[in-house]
Design a protein around this ligand. Structure first.
Ligand code: NAD
Length: 441
């Protein structure tokens, strides 16, 4: 029997062993999903702390319930290891390591290379390798395949190789690993077939495409689409501010159109591991071929200016109360890059805090999910403070940067002297209870 048929049989009978490399926001939910579906699953991590937590049955990602992890560990379907020689025992290996940018904003695929070297070292016939880390078109074909071919094993005869983008949205209560359609692109049609079979065992819908490049580019289109549309509404917010028009009312009105319009909302800037980074992977690859991706550059320019716009609003608000930013107490509400999560990566709150500090403001923050932030600009660390009436009344300005849902915004506005609301969180309050002290983006 061919390696393909053996592997398809193992997948169908759930006897295929699954290894997931990188147990972060993407890898942990995925390995738990395979374990919960009956596959013997192993997480491979360089961070021993994460591996230990998982082996104790504890989750460290809010979307993954500890009870579920504990159940899978107790059933001996889930474990983690830092010993990469165990990769040889896996039938399916999925790479979920970070893909950051270098300081020059060029892709940094060094984590993918490190993981692939480990796979290369123990590659054996009958293994399926899938890359899930977001990356530029061509990574799977041009970087991974040559590494695995070097071992002498033959694609589709011995091993199978595919790319499948991860679309998980941390904090999303409606969509999760299981019910988000999985796009799969094989380096060949045979590899696509095997990879699609593997995912079909754990997700509701698989959408196979004709190549790994299409799957890689699909992910970059999705996130570039968001970056560009957010850039558009962020520019609209600045434009409306100049014209004294309510941006949020304009968007709400436009959203009543049942076709041809999809609402995006302005904010203090973009954050997270995806939207600010991924479009650069696409523009970098395009530049290698002499093509300049202008929408991507423009969106980045507009989005990265938003923290400055927020600081301008704070200065204006303080000025209207005859106060300088220098020496004023500013309370930042929420520092995570989006609501109800603890992720600080690329959060615009950091730029806002640093810019206010540069102006001489006394800045503090409260975030129910984040205890401490690291300010890269001046290398300092800053601890969050508990929220109290005294803290709010003592502040000259409260800036709502992240609209976590477990905050009583009515109470906040009632006790604040001035509120800069970057998320339209106070929309219901502003007429009755705000006394004109709220400035919205
Ligand atoms: N976070 C998201 O919402 C999201 C959504 C879609 C796609 N992605 C993409 O998925 C990939 C992973 O993102 P993430 O958010 O899970 O990152 P993360 O930083 O949360 O997790 C990555 C994990 O990989 C581990 N790691 C690093 N190098 C390793 C190696 N050589 N071997 C084993 N483990 C290693 C790290 O210790 C970390 O635990 C990225 O390419 C990202 O762009 C992320």
């Amino acid at each position: 029997m061919s390696n393909k048929h053996k592997l398809l049989e193992k997948i169908a009978s759930r006897t295929a062993r699954v290894g997931v490399i990188g147990l972060g926001y993407v890898g942990l939910p995925l390995v738990v999903e395979f374990a919960g579906s009956g596959f013997e699953s192993t997480g491979f991590e360089v961070d021993a702390r994460k591996a230990d937590l998982l082996n104790r049955g504890e989750s460290y990602i809010p979307d993954v319930p500890t009870a579920h992890v504990a159940e899978c560990v107790a059933a001996k379907k889930l474990r983690a290891t830092t010993d990469f020689s165990e990769l040889k025992d896996q039938d399916i290996i999925i790479i979920c390591v970070p893909t950051p940018l270098r300081k020059t904003k060029d892709p940094d695929v060094s984590y993918i290379l490190a993981a692939s070297e480990k796979i290369q070292a123990t590659l054996r016939p009958g293994q399926l390798i899938i890359l899930e880390s977001t990356t530029y078109p061509g990574t799977t074909d041009e970087v991974l395949k040559p590494m695995f071919d070097e071992t002498g094993h033959k694609l589709d005869e011995d091993y199978f190789l595919a790319f499948s983008p991860e679309r998980v949205d941390p904090g999303n209560e409606k969509y999760n690993t299981k019910n988000i359609t999985k796009v799969v692109g094989g380096v060949t049609a045979i590899s696509a077939e095997v990879a699609a079979a593997a995912y079909s065992a754990i997700v509701d819908h698989v959408h196979a495409v004709s190549s790994a490049r299409v799957a890689e580019t699909c992910k970059l289109l999705e996130n570039t689409f968001r970056a560009v549309n957010i850039g558009l509404v962020n520019e609209l917010a600045q434009l409306c501010h100049t014209l004294n028009i309510d941006t949020w009312e304009v968007i709400a009105a436009a959203a009543t159109k049942p076709f041809g319009f999809m609402p995006f909302y302005p904010g203090p800037g973009i954050g997270g591991h995806c939207i600010p980074l991924d479009p650069h992977y696409l523009s970098w690859k395009a530049r290698m071929h002499g093509f300049e991706a202008r929408f991507i550059s423009l969106a980045e320019e507009v989005n990265s200016r938003m923290p400055e716009h927020v600081v301008d609003l704070v200065i204006k608000g303080l000025n209207s109360q005859r106060k300088p930013a220098n020496g004023s107490n500013i309370l930042i509400m929420g520092v995570a890059y989006k609501r109800d999560i603890d992720d600080m990566r690329e959060s615009p709150a950091l730029a806002i805090i640093e810019k206010l500090q540069e102006l001489g403001a006394e800045v503090s923050f409260h975030d129910p999910y984040v205890a401490e932030v690291h300010l890269e600009g001046n290398g300092s660390r800053m601890s969050g403070i508990p929220l109290s009436q005294e803290v709010v009344t003592k502040s000259d300005c409260v800036v709502i940067v992240t609209d976590h849902r477990n905050i009583d915004y009515g109470w906040l506005v009632e006790h604040a002297k001035l509120v800069v609301d970057t998320r339209n969180t106070t929309r219901k309050l502003r007429d009755e209870r705000s006394d004109g002290k709220i400035i919205r983006l």
